[in-house]
Design a binder for this molecule. Structure first.
Ligand SMILES: NC(=O)c1ccc[n+]([C@@H]2O[C@H](COP(=O)([O-])OP(=O)(O)OC[C@H]3O[C@@H](n4cnc5c(N)ncnc54)[C@H](OP(=O)(O)O)[C@@H]3O)[C@@H](O)[C@H]2O)c1
Length: 298
């Protein structure tokens, strides 16, 4: 059966060298769009950026940029300032739709990068351009950090009993298809869209069990208390008023504690608790298939 391709659009894509940005680029090209990737150097200078967009005249601008470190300064510079500059250039060039890759965790903002993302989401929503904010749950890569440990015969590290958090992981390609599906989609205009993978939601212990099953090994877990991050943050915060280094490391401890204790699922506004049912699913790729590929070294 022939797949019907979408109407080709002129698209400018920022962050095309990143994990999701590169998947989005592949998807845009497969869909027959005319895509121009905006590299870091182009985004760094307002004049160069304006020139690039004036030349491309994109109908749609997609931002998949993000701070690679999550440090407060970098988050402000990338997640907020670079996105604001991109939005201004997009509007000046006459783009009609701005699609932002954000994160589901901004719904409970406790970290500097989450505040930077939220601040830009607010600017985008108030800008007058057609917009879509995509807030995914965890990416497969965020659930792949222990594959080597398990392959090497080590135990799988869990926080507490391994059931403190859950997520609906999504593959890069499924997320890219979801983002591509926002183009020319009236249902996506003016919306904030939380999105997960095919489900069901899984805990850290369930991730471990799955990984051991795929590796053909007996499950072995080692529990770590998330309190270690609280203690680390307290100690590092003592030096924060005197040193940017301490402030940055204290933020990394906060980030680690956040991911050890908060689920990547939609929050139920009525109960204030995370809800798998309220977290929409998209795509077809499973974490099990992903682990199989990683263990096979593909
Ligand atoms: N990891 C998860 O599980 C997860 C879950 C939900 C949402 N998210 C969110 O998804 C987004 C994208 O994640 P990702 O994993 O695809 O990111 P990534 O692989 O780290 O890629 C980041 C992209 O941003 C660009 N960038 C970084 N600093 C820049 C700067 N100063 N100026 C211009 N471009 C810059 C990078 O360019 P260079 O190649 O030049 O560095 C790269 O293209 C993030 O907002 C993240 O918070 C992540």
């Amino acid at each position: 059966m022939n797949e019907v391709l979408p109407t080709p659009r002129r698209i400018a894509l920022a962050g095309a060298s990143g994990t999701i940005g590169s998947a989005v680029l592949r998807q845009m090209e497969a869909d027959g769009h005319d895509v121009v990737a905006l590299p870091r150097g182009t985004l760094a200078d307002a004049g160069t950026l304006a020139e690039a967009l004036a030349e491309t005249r994109p109908e749609v601008v997609i931002s998949c940029i993000a701070s690679r470190s999550g440090s407060p300064r970098d988050a402000q510079a990338v997640d907020y300032e670079a996105n604001v500059a991109l939005l201004e250039a997009a509007q000046a060039a006459g783009a009609g739709h701005f699609i932002l890759l954000s994160a589901i965790c901004v719904q409970k903002p406790l970290l500097a990068f989450q505040h930077a993302k939220l601040a830009f989401e607010a600017v985008l929503a108030a800008s007058g351009i057609g917009y879509t904010i995509v807030r995914p749950t965890a990416f497969f890569k965020s659930l792949s950090g222990q594959v080597k440990r398990v392959k090497a015969g080590k135990s799988f590290l869990i926080f507490g009993d391994g059931a403190l958090t859950r997520c609906k992981p999504i593959s890069d390609d499924d997320l890219a298809r979801f983002i591509a599906g926002c183009i020319d989609n009236p249902e996506a205009l003016g919306k904030i869209l939380p999105i997960g993978g095919r489900g069901p939601a899984i805990s850290l212990r369930e991730q471990g069990n799955l990984l051991f099953k795929v590796a053909g090994k007996e499950p072995r877990f080692k529990s770590v208390s998330p309190k270690i991050f609280t203690y680390a943050e307290r100690i590092l915060s003592l030096g924060a008023p005197f040193s940017g280094w301490f402030a940055e490391k204290a933020e990394y401890a906060r980030i680690a504690r956040y991911y050890a204790t908060e689920s990547m699922l939609a929050l139920d506004p009525e109960t204030g608790t995370y809800s798998a049912d309220l977290t929409p699913e998209s795509g077809s790729e499973t974490l099990e298939e992903h682990y199989q590929r990683l263990l096979a070294g593909v």
